[in-house]
Write a protein that binds this ligand. Structure first.
Ligand code: ADP
Ligand code: MG
Length: 294
């Protein structure tokens, strides 16, 4: 059986701005990237900001064409047919910012109906929308709500439901939880994990967050300046990284995330007691409290 996704030497260069008619330099955003994702797999593509992750996602979606190389979905090259309805049925994407990816003027139900209408869904549309909401653990009556009535996590669940509406072979998730609070992040990841198991989905999971990758993906590819410098099953890559850049990335994974760190109280507690309001004010202003901490 063909893999769900295969990238062969995928390359994308961007021309930088030309000045006074001179030819600008080229930015090689993605350089000879090859990878294979089998059905049911979660492949994690990790790399810092600017390493080329979103450019790869955009090429797989057919939003931009590669400079060279090939993209195969279920064994068939998408080049020249990336804009087709058939391609859009096979590959769906969930973006980082759920607020921006939902139309504020459409109800949740109307947003989920868009792909159903485009792909001529033959069944009962309302029932399908209800079932999709249930799949992402939202009540069916959320179909009547507008995006501004939903939390960030709920919006991302709607975006996932919309992406699943046409039964895609591959879901490309580009930093799907980076805009969410840590606690919400964990719940959305749990949901995605459940969906893979339940529906036999295949994910290309893109993230700069290696601790998330370690828990969620099965295979990982480390992207550095547009090239995959290391790839393999998550366990061995994390336990025994071969490339210097991977070691550096893993070494910089904090024990707790930056968000958690920000939530920690930075007030020195004395004998574990809560300081008085006065002491707190003095602390903030850098003066000595009039009254010592009780
Ligand atoms: P990531 O998603 O990993 O942060 P991107 O794929 O967005 O990285 O960007 C990779 C590189 O390509 C960056 O250097 C970025 O500036 C450049 N790039 C991305 N899109 C364009 C574009 N449309 N025109 C010019 N350069 C681009
Ligand atoms: Mg990106």
């Amino acid at each position: 059986m063909s893999p769900v996704l295969e990238l062969r030497n995928l390359t994308k260069t961007f021309a930088t701005k030309r000045a006074f008619g001179r030819k600008g330099a080229e930015v090689r955003a993605v350089n000879k990237v090859s990878l294979v994702i089998e059905k049911g797999q979660i492949y994690g593509l990790a790399g810092e900001s600017g390493s080329g992750k979103s450019t790869i996602a955009r090429m797989i979606m057919g939003l931009t064409g590669p400079t060279s190389g090939d993209i195969l979905i279920n064994g068939t090259s998408i080049l020249g047919r990336a804009a087709s309805l058939e391609h859009r049925q096979k590959v769906q994407m969930v973006f980082q910012n759920p607020g921006a990816s939902l139309n504020p003027r459409r109800t949740v139900g109307q947003s989920i109906a868009v792909p159903l209408v485009a792909h001529h869904y033959a069944g009962n549309r309302a029932a399908r929308i209800g079932a999709l909401l249930e799949m992402v653990q939202l009540p069916a009556h959320f179909a009547d709500r507008y995006p501004h009535e939903l939390s960030g996590g709920q919006k991302q669940r709607v975006a996932i439901a919309r992406a699943l509406a046409v039964n895609p072979s591959l879901l490309v998730l580009d930093e799907p939880t980076s805009a969410l609070d840590v606690s919400v992040q964990a719940k959305v990841i749990d949901l995605l994990e459940g969906l893979v198991a339940e529906l036999g989905l295949t994910f290309l999971f893109i993230s700069h967050d290696l601790s998330l990758m370690r828990n969620f993906a099965q295979t990982v590819g480390i992207l550095y300046l547009g090239e995959i410098v290391e790839t393999g099953p998550v366990g061995p890559v994390f336990a025994n990284p071969q490339h210097d850049y991977t070691r550096l990335l893993i070494a910089s994974v904090p024990v707790i995330s930056a968000e958690e760190e920000a939530l920690r109280p930075h007030i020195p507690l004395i004998n574990g007691e809560i300081p008085t309001a006065e002491a707190l004010l003095a602390l903030r202003e850098g003066t000595q409290p009039k009254e010592t901490l009780k």
